[in-house]
Design a protein around this ligand. Structure first.
Ligand SMILES: [Ca+2]
Length: 492
């Protein structure tokens, strides 16, 4: 009670009053002491989290999912040490919305953040006009970083952000540290000083050097953060810029793949080198955790934000199509979770999960209460192999065009083995059974109209429930007429 003024100490002369003052002191201590005291020596230490997010890395781009061309020994090792999910989905086939879903646990449709920022916009060549969607992660949304920060975690975002301008950067969303994150969807260059006509990563110029490669630099920064925070719980969000375009790899690694035979449609040596650099990063982070004695109490997650860029960068076979599309190639992602204390090594899980699930899962594993309602479900029972999750379906809503007219506005639902895609221009549907037809080659909408109706009704009800914004007819629709800036640029 020495922190109390002397007049107040004198007042507490009777036992009754002393008890009352003690209660006040305890409350006072909780209010003024820094959050780190929440983790006292008598409490079990909450786990650290390292969330590694690759950009545009396809489901089939890693060895443990079947790639014979790309070499990913470190990611494959992670799978041997943890749980690999075969049916993990991004909530959107392009980047910003999936990132928003990871950070908030909410469907992009509910956030009205449904396209890469700033999107391709409208065109006379588009039959529909896109709705007025939200082009930043608004500050009223509580991110997983904010929730963990409030519970005493040190938090860092090291890499790509792409969720709005400076007022919406990571430091305003619960991250103590932001290294290299801005509204850029990709770097001007993967080599220092990371500059160009647009998307320069100027914040990374200081501290860099000639020949430095971006994925290596971000890993350096991540290692530094882990070292600095080894004695307290931390959340490291490591969203690599790779393997998004521009395709640029380290020359010596590119040379290795140039000498290699393509396999199963995968054969781009530069893209392969970019994947290898991300794989190196995973290996370095895992090694750093081990060296610091943190491996046992650190949850490592590795995944991607949308499908591989097909056919320009990679092939997602056996999955159909790629980035931008609601076919499996655009939305199914590699996902591995390692946590030695809890997750049995070398396990696989085929229960479909979505990127909205990370938020509630990570909070549950860290013993932190959910700050509000989310759309995701905790997959902790799957990770612990203690049970399963009950969910009717997983949904997508992408009311946008992408790559000119290549990808058209659509929504989708997966319920069990069935998947329905609805194209909004004609409200036409396609129905696939993923168990028998993983490549979505055989549309069953006509032969199983009952199932198509059932899923269509589910999708419509979900859209209503989340207040999804729909595109509207374009009164100036002129087929074939493109705006001057219109390209098939395949941006984030
Ligand atoms: Ca992406």
């Amino acid at each position: 009670m020495n922190f109390l003024p002397s007049s107040l100490r004198a007042w507490c002369c009777t036992r009754y009053k002393a008890k009352a003052i003690l209660r006040i002191a305890v409350i006072f201590a909780f209010l003024v002491l820094p959050p780190r005291t929440a983790f006292s020596k008598t409490m079990s230490v909450p786990p650290n989290i390292v969330f590694i997010l690759a950009d545009d890395l396809g489901w089939a781009d890693v060895g443990c999912n079947g790639s014979k061309f790309y070499e990913t020994p470190q990611i494959d090792r992670l799978a041997k040490d943890g749980m690999r999910f075969t049916d993990a989905y991004a909530a959107c086939p392009v980047c910003s919305p999936t990132r928003a879903s990871i950070l908030t646990g909410k469907w992009p449709a509910r956030l009205h953040l449904t396209d890469w920022i700033a999107g391709e916009g409208d065109s006379p060549n588009h039959k529909l006009l896109v709705p007025k969607w939200t082009q930043q992660l608004v500050l009223s949304e509580v991110t997983v970083a904010r929730a963990l920060q409030s519970a005493g975690y040190r938090t860092a975002s090291i890499g790509k952000w792409h969720l709005g301008g400076p007022r919406f950067f990571p430091e305003h969303h619960g991250f103590d540290l932001n290294v290299g994150g801005s509204n850029a969807g990709h770097p001007a260059s993967y080599f220092w000083p990371y500059e160009g006509n647009r998307n320069s990563l100027t914040a990374l110029k200081p501290g860099g050097h000639e020949g430095e490669y971006l994925s290596d630099r971000l890993t350096d920064e991540a290692e530094k953060f882990i070292e600095q925070n080894k004695d307290r719980p931390f959340f490291l969000y490591l969203p690599h810029y790779a393997v998004h375009v521009p395709l640029q790899g380290k020359p010596e690694v590119v040379a290795k793949y140039k000498a290699k035979q393509p396999s199963n449609g995968q054969g781009n040596a530069v893209y392969a080198a970019m994947i290898e650099s991300v794989d190196d990063s995973v290996g370095r982070i895992v090694r750093k955790l081990k060296d610091l004695g943190l491996a046992e109490r650190t949850i490592v997650v590795f995944t991607s934000d949308n499908g591989g860029l097909w056919p320009q960068s990679t092939s997602n076979a056996p999955l159909r199509a790629g980035k931008g599309f609601l076919y499996e190639g655009g939305i199914r992602e590699p996902l591995i979770v390692k946590w030695p204390a809890t997750i049995k090594p070398a396990t696989t899980c085929s229960v479909p999960i979505s990127s909205v699930d990370y938020f509630p899962t990570l909070l549950e594993l860290c013993g932190v209460k959910l700050p509000g309602k989310v759309d995701g479900q905790s997959i902790a029972p799957l990770l612990k192999q203690s049970g399963t999750i009950s969910r009717e379906a997983i949904y997508w809503h992408y009311p946008h065009y992408w790559g000119g007219n290549r990808v058209r506005p659509a929504g989708a639902v997966r319920a069990g083995d069935w998947k329905l895609i609805e194209y909004y221009e004609e409200m036409r549907v396609e129905l696939y059974n993923l168990k028998n037809d993983l490549s979505e080659a055989h549309d069953m909408a006509l032969e199983n109209a009952k199932k198509a109706d059932e899923l269509r009704n589910m999708l419509h009800a979900w859209r209503k429930d989340v207040d999804a914004q729909m595109p509207t007819p374009n009164p100036n629709y002129t087929p074939g007429k493109t705006k001057s800036s219109e390209t098939t640029q395949f941006t984030s």
